[in-house]
Design a protein around this ligand. Structure first.
Ligand SMILES: [Zn+2]
Length: 680
């Protein structure tokens, strides 16, 4: 078999397009290129090659707990939103009279990968019907249906066009439907002309890089140079985040009931963390590569939360665990991290992706995924309609579990989190191999040197420490299996085909290069040592591997807003109140974490991210803090002075030491995660 050459492939495909030849896309990508391929053209190298490439959508299937989680999602709001929520079901994108901007494309952005990863025929058929409608109603000049004329002739923020084309490129990746690629190309051409007349403003200006995703997708399949000129136009008209972060505007937390600002908007910020990855592929500026890490470090320093996110409710809100993080920011940050790992191949981006996926993402949904929060809190003693709230710019319903608490953006955008995570667990290396970007039970199929290969991961990670990988090659093939070794995994080991245990260095990509033939078992172990970390106001948090732990609190769910439209069960709104004490400080010694917390691995439940389904629990020691109460609807803030509660004069020392049960943060609905630190 000839070696697969991407540049040759692109040239061939470009020639095929010119001749109106066979459909493009995923199916073609998997086919080897014939021997008579013309030599590479210079333009083929115009985009920097990413470190790793995602597999075509549908090449990775979920297994184990991840399959259950995606099925819960498809059976919950994601698989049913179009049936009763007008902003999707009656969207102007689909010929209706409701919202005609971001909401229907947002929903498709998550439901397309959900349907194709689950291979759910019913959902695929519905999605295809909607995509067909958009494509069939595209105007001859390239603009899509929701507007009566050229979209720059009236005030229509072009962010929705960037998003819609990103969504349709994803559909093309899954199906290879050439009509959809044609629609994207026509729309991008119209967009390029429109930007000459009316430059980007508003959301489009802050989200310009989203347009690079479909532009690159189309460029790699058509070779049309104007697509890269369009990408440069978007970059030059859009916000330069490196300059923005260099100002002091982004450092300070937005005050309570403060001023809403484009620059401090948490979703814009989460999305923008990938701008440098996309910009680097276009311009190869070394500063882009460095800035990717620097921007996240900046956000951590000033707004970082223990769940892997930064706060924003919905403007950047500091490190206080009582501040909220909007769900849109969670799913967008995950998508950004998937791009960052792909472009730069830095294992730290994979570590961070897991931290967000296993903590912040599941925590903000009800376990059945019928309801979600707009804002989640790291210390969230109760979720109620709260006029006394201390959000920066959000409203009193922001931490309810509901259909559209506060605002409906998350209702339409939340769906992409799990499916895109599943689609990015494995990526291709440039030398025919496969890399584990993140770990969850799954099966990936691809070809290496023309040989069909399956990689199956059987594991209850992140709840458990052991991972069993089976590599099955249809014939002898030499390629690397690259394992991301998390930075926390001191003592990580790998054992190939029953051979000796070999050490792997934490925070690296460990390369197993060999000839694979038949089935080869690869046993991986990532020891998860407990960690006690110091957080805001000297509070402590308990961690183990990629998981953060939180106090398991009894819950009472109360239905509210039953008279509001579209709140028929099972998609109602709920308040959640504690039924057991939550006001504890922990007796821990951060220098001896193994003595501070005891962990027990358990079978992962039917609902993996629910209080009762937790696949691991922790036992710690703590004392009740009688004076720590709910004030203004929330757990009161713990000040640095309060940390001295070990003072014998304080009542807390009279409280008995109790054994407390912590569960993974992602399994909780209400929780305390950052605890006051107490001495013995
Ligand atoms: Zn949102």
């Amino acid at each position: 078999m000839p070696t697969f050459d991407r540049r040759e492939f692109l040239t061939t495909v470009a020639a095929g397009v010119a001749a109106g030849a066979a459909p493009l896309g995923a199916a073609t990508l998997r086919a080897p290129v014939g021997a008579e391929t013309p030599p590479p053209q210079p333009r083929a190298a115009a985009l920097a090659e990413p470190a790793f490439r995602p597999l075509p959508l549908g090449s990775i299937r979920p297994a184990g707990w991840l399959a259950r989680q995606l099925r819960i999602q498809a059976d919950g709001l994601s698989g049913h939103l179009d049936e009763f929520w007008p902003d999707v079901g009656e969207s102007q994108w689909f010929g209706g009279q409701a919202e005609g901007w971001e909401r229907a494309p947002y929903w498709l952005d998550g439901v397309i990968p959900l349907a194709w990863i689950l291979d759910d025929e019913i959902l695929k058929t519905r999605v295809t019907k909607y995509v067909d409608y958009i494509v069939a109603h595209q105007r001859a000049d390239g603009w899509y249906g929701p507007y009566p004329e050229d979209a720059v002739q009236k005030r229509y923020d072009l962010w929705a066009i960037l998003l819609a084309n990103k969504v349709l490129a994803q559909y093309h990746d899954a199906t290879g439907d050439a009509r959809v690629l044609d629609a994207v190309v026509k729309s991008l051409r119209a967009l390029g002309g429109g930007l000459d007349r009316t430059p980007l403003y508003g959301w489009g200006k802050f989200r310009w890089y989203e347009g690079l995703v479909p532009a690159f997708h189309a460029y790699e399949r058509t070779g049309e140079p104007w697509l890269l000129e369009l990408a440069r136009k978007l970059r030059s008209q859009g916000v330069d985040f490196e300059s923005l972060v260099a100002t002091d505007d982004l450092e300070a937390p937005t005050p309570r009931r403060g001023l809403w600002k484009w620059t401090k908007h948490v979703v814009n910020t989460a999305m923008a963390t990938k701008a440098s990855a996309l910009g680097w592929r276009l311009d190869r500026r070394p500063s882009d590569r460095a800035f990717a890490t620097a921007m996240i470090a900046f956000l951590d320093r000033h707004h970082g939360q223990v769940n892997g996110m930064f706060s924003g409710d919905e403007c950047l809100a500091g490190r206080n665990p009582l501040q909220g993080t909007e769900l849109c920011a969670v799913v967008e940050f995950m998508y950004s991290l998937e791009h960052l790992f792909s472009a730069f191949g830095d294992p730290a981006f994979g570590d961070r992706l897991e931290r967000v996926a296993f903590n912040a993402l599941p925590a903000t949904f009800a376990p059945d995924m019928w309801s979600h929060q707009y804002d989640q809190q790291v210390n969230q003693a109760q979720c109620t309609i709260n006029p006394e709230h201390m959000w920066t710019t959000n409203g009193p319903e922001s931490n309810l579990y509901g259909l559209e608490p506060n605002f409906g953006c998350c209702t339409s955008n939340m769906h992409q989190g799990w499916p895109k995570f599943a689609a990015h667990l494995w990526m291709r290396t440039p030398d025919e191999g496969i890399v584990a970007a993140a770990y969850a039970p799954s099966r990936a199929t691809f070809t290496a040197h023309g040989v069909p290969v399956t990689v199956e991961l059987d594991t209850d990670y992140p709840f458990h420490e052991s991972l069993a990988i089976a590599v099955t090659a249809g014939a002898a093939a030499r390629f690397p299996l690259v394992l991301r070794v998390p930075a926390w995994a001191e003592g990580a080991t790998v054992r190939i085909a029953g051979g000796p245990e070999e050490p792997m260095a934490p925070g690296t990509l460990h390369r197993v290069e060999r000839e694979w033939r038949g089935r080869v078992d690869v046993e991986v172990r990532f020891p998860m040592r407990p960690a006690v970390t110091t957080r805001y106001n000297e509070a402590v948090a308990i961690e183990r591997g990629p998981l953060v732990f939180a106090l398991k609190i009894g819950e009472e769910w109360t239905r509210v807003n039953a008279d509001k439209p579209h709140r028929e069960l099972p998609h109602g709104d709920f308040e959640v109140r504690p039924t057991t004490p939550w006001n504890y400080g922990l007796v821990v010694d951060e220098t001896r974490p193994t003595a501070s917390a005891r962990f027990e691995e358990r079978p992962v439940g039917e609902r993996p991210f629910s209080p009762e389904g937790a696949g691991v629990v922790a036992t710690v020691r703590g004392r009740k803090i009688p004076n720590w109460k709910i004030v203004r609807g929330w757990a009161a803030e713990i000040s640095p002075a309060d940390v001295a509660w070990s003072d014998p004069a304080r009542t807390v020392t009279e409280e008995p030491v109790e054994e407390l049960t912590l569960v993974p943060y992602g399994c909780t609905n209400i929780r305390i995660t950052e605890f006051p630190r107490l001495r013995g």
